[in-house]
Design a protein around this ligand. Structure first.
Ligand code: GLT
Ligand code: MN
Ligand code: MN
Length: 388
């Protein structure tokens, strides 16, 4: 037990599919047994996690009978109760079965879209039964390898139609669910529709009840596209749309690696944690990642603990950064502001326009002034590296 030992108050969660990942990849077979949901609940509780999240079929096989379903769910609920664990988020597997090979909500085939809606309604029933309040939509198969077959404008309309249908279902049932849309640029499809968090934010505003719908950005997904994850999350936060987050790590330009949080780009991890902590993000800190394929079961628990510890270590670094007098002094200088001038820019009025038009800006002098970002970034680096 040390300062970085996770506790339920940290709100750390893992998908059943994360610790349950058996290390299969497109080129190789599983390297370890899949850890069962009940075993995972027990082990994660002992490590200090708050809860687990699931796809319908992480818990209940797609071909289970009603009686099997009820038995599995009852056993799982008992494990949750025994270990004081929760299920804050649920989702639907709309990508694994061959019926979804050309998408679910955006499939050209009406029967596939209908089955996807049916499956999602059942997954919502299950999620709510387990206490979930967030429902994630990751449209992994909603995309194409060839644009000859699918009309992307039509696909957009079908996506909206399905989400609106499900908004209707949730309201009709009186479920306490909010939706969180998760973007990914590619993999498993050649190209996935709505490839970034920004695309999702734009789609949300066209839905039947935008207030019910936010985003679930994932570190690896924006990073795969070479984007700055921190910026995407910041925009979502500012819009009040950060309903959930998938934490992991990823190298730019690779396949979807889903590494342990902090395994790559510790500095980006630091600024991400800083963003979540400074703006008091209240949702779950969910890890959507898996242990390296080199690992056996012991390595899986090393992986889970590592995700949580690194988050807490970075939390401490953020507190250090925020309390460092040299850093706060520099930041005060850099962000000094100018209330009078900023008041003039806050909103258009004829008077403000006249005042700005008459303003004498010493362009050359302002352009020549150094901003001291080199110094500040080095101080941040020294905090992260542990010498401040
Ligand atoms: C899948 C995917 C993740 C999604 C999960 C939710 S499943 O593992 O790679 O990014 O968040 O559907
Ligand atoms: Mn994810
Ligand atoms: Mn991923």
């Amino acid at each position: 037990m040390d300062a970085y030992t996770p506790t339920p108050a940290d709100r750390f969660t893992f998908g059943l599919w994360t610790f349950g990942n058996p290390g299969r990849d497109p080129f190789g077979e599983p390297v370890r047994a899949r850890i069962s949901p009940v075993e995972g609940v027990k082990r994660l509780a002992a490590l200090g996690a708050y809860g687990v999240n699931l796809h319908d079929n992480d818990l209940v096989p797609i071909d289970a009978t009603a009686a099997e379903r009820d038995r599995i769910v009852a056993e799982f609920k008992q494990a949750l109760a025994d270990h004081n664990m929760r299920v804050p988020m649920a989702t639907t597997n709309l990508f694994g079965d061959p019926i979804f090979k050309d998408g679910a909500f955006t499939s050209n085939e009406p029967q596939v879209r209908a089955y996807a809606l049916q499956k999602t309604m059942r997954a919502m029933d299950l999620g709510v039964e387990l206490g979930a309040t967030t429902f994630v939509f990751w449209g992994g198969r909603e995309g194409a390898e060839t644009d000859a077959a699918k009309d992307a404008v039509q696909a957009t309309k079908w996506m909206r139609e399905c989400l609106n249908f499900l908004i209707g279902y949730v309201k009709d049932q009186g479920y306490p669910l909010k939706f969180a849309l998760e973007a990914k640029p590619n993999e498993p499809r050649g190209d996935i529709y709505f490839p970034t968090t920004g695309h999702m934010l734009a789609l949300i505003e066209t839905l039947a009840d935008p207030a019910m719908v936010g985003v679930n950005p994932e570190v690896a997904h924006e990073t795969m596209a070479g984007l700055n994850f921190y910026h995407g999350v910041a925009q979502a936060l500012e819009a009040g749309k950060l309903f959930h987050i998938d934490l992991n790590a990823q190298k730019v330009g690779r396949y979807d690696q889903d590494f342990r949080f902090g395994q790559e780009d510790i500095k980006a991890g630091f600024f991400l944690v800083k963003l979540l902590e400074d703006y008091r993000y209240e949702g779950m800190r969910h890890f959507d990642a898996h242990a390296l394929r080199t690992e056996d079961e012991e390595g899986v628990w090393d992986f889970c603990l590592g995700c949580m510890r690194t988050y807490k270590i970075l939390q401490e670094k953020v507190a250090r950064f925020n309390a460092d007098p040299e850093i706060t002094g520099l930041l005060a200088e850099i962000r000094a502001g100018n209330p009078e001038l900023e008041g003039r820019m806050a909103a258009y009025s004829r008077a403000n326009a006249d005042a700005l038009s008459a303003l004498a800006v010493d362009r050359v002098a302002v352009g020549a002034r150094g901003r001291r970002y080199e110094k500040l970034d080095q101080l941040a680096t020294e905090v992260i590296l542990g010498i401040r």
